[in-house]
Design a binder for this molecule. Structure first.
Ligand code: UDP
Length: 310
């Protein structure tokens, strides 16, 4: 059994990761300041007496008594709507929060996992994106608070590895969906599910020909755990390479929900990436991981959750 700190524990991915680590027999310390996390996501985790939750902002000094085997830094504002509303918090959690959690990992001699993002590739000029692609990011653009804080975070992780020989992992997470996403998350799948289930028109931004590649949450968690258990210190993409246009996604959501909602087009947010698809050759060969849940199946699995909440 290991003793593991998970930041962003009350968030969408953080809470599923806590559940998984608890099921695997570990002791889990969750940390969240609930800017975007929701305590109800931890209902299952609280059944375990090996779980504790600290309400703490990871941009402030973190004190944990006793040993830690791993520090997993998931705290972040990952939705474009949230990071547009909280750009300074987004920069702080990616930069200062990464610094504080790295300092803690160094102090405890713990393995450190950083959850980076496909946004480090910006609006990519190469599709699919291999880890070696350096990205096309505007440092002063509307998404830069997120993109640049994650790029800085990766750089800080690299520096701790080089300077302090910290054992590190870097996951570049691509679009992920599933139950526990907030209904007001603002990202495309919760928006479309909510709209389809309430009979509102689905809001496709721009011409809807932009693409994303959607990974179901259980696959993503399997990938993170495989990475943690590996010795791969270089960044790896974790995501599903099944690339779809937003128009296609809208049709699939209508089919899965059986909704007769229409589709309306709204303005494309500035600097919305035109394409996004992970090249997963590296994670496939080095970790033997690849996603298993198809988009239709993942949406069907998520349906009950969204139906309950609308
Ligand atoms: N999008 C959309 N309608 C919505 C929400 C998002 O058409 O109601 C589009 C958005 O413009 C982008 C894609 O869906 O092209 C994915 O957006 P999301 O906010 O989910 O995440 P991103 O991948 O941009 O971080």
């Amino acid at each position: 059994m290991s003793r593991i700190l998970v930041t962003g524990a009350a968030g969408f991915l953080g809470s599923f990761l806590c559940d998984r680590l608890l099921e695997d027999g570990h002791e889990v310390i969750g940390m969240d300041n609930r800017v975007s996390g929701q305590t109800e996501n931890l209902e299952d985790a609280f059944y375990h007496d090996r779980f504790t939750l600290y309400e703490h902002d990871v941009t402030e000094f973190i004190h944990i008594s006793g040993e830690l085997d791993a520090v997993l830094h998931l705290a972040s504002l990952a939705s474009p709507v949230f990071y547009r509303d909280h750009p300074i918090k987004t920069l702080k959690v990616g930069a200062l929060g990464t610094h504080k959690t790295l300092g803690l990992a160094k102090e405890k001699d713990a393995t450190y996992l950083f959850t980076s993002t496909s946004e480090v590739y910006g609006d990519p000029e190469v599709n699919p994106q291999p880890e070696s692609y350096r990205g096309n990011v505007d440092p002063y653009g509307p998404r830069s608070c997120y993109d640049e804080s994650k790029r800085y975070g990766e750089s800080l992780v690299r520096a701790y590895r080089d300077k302090h020989e910290l054992d590190v992992r870097v996951a570049r997470i691509f679009n992920t969906y599933g139950p526990r996403m907030r209904l007001d998350d603002g990202r495309v799948i919760p928006n479309f599910m909510k709209q389809a289930l309430t009979g509102e028109d689905l809001t496709v931004y721009g011409d809807g020909e932009q693409t994303r590649s959607f990974c179901y949450v259980s696959d993503l968690i399997d990938g993170l755990v495989a990475l943690l258990e590996s010795d791969v210190e270089e960044p790896v993409n974790i995501g599903n390479p099944d690339e779809r246009s937003i128009n296609e996604l809208a049709e699939i959501v209508l089919e899965v929900t059986g909704s007769d909602s229409g589709i309306t087009h709204e303005e494309l947010p500035p600097q919305d990436p035109q394409v996004r698809r992970p090249d997963i050759s590296k994670v496939r060969s080095e970790l033997g991981w690849e996603p298993e849940v198809s988009l239709r199946d993942g949406l069907r699995k998520s349906l009950g959750y969204f139906e309950e909440r609308v």
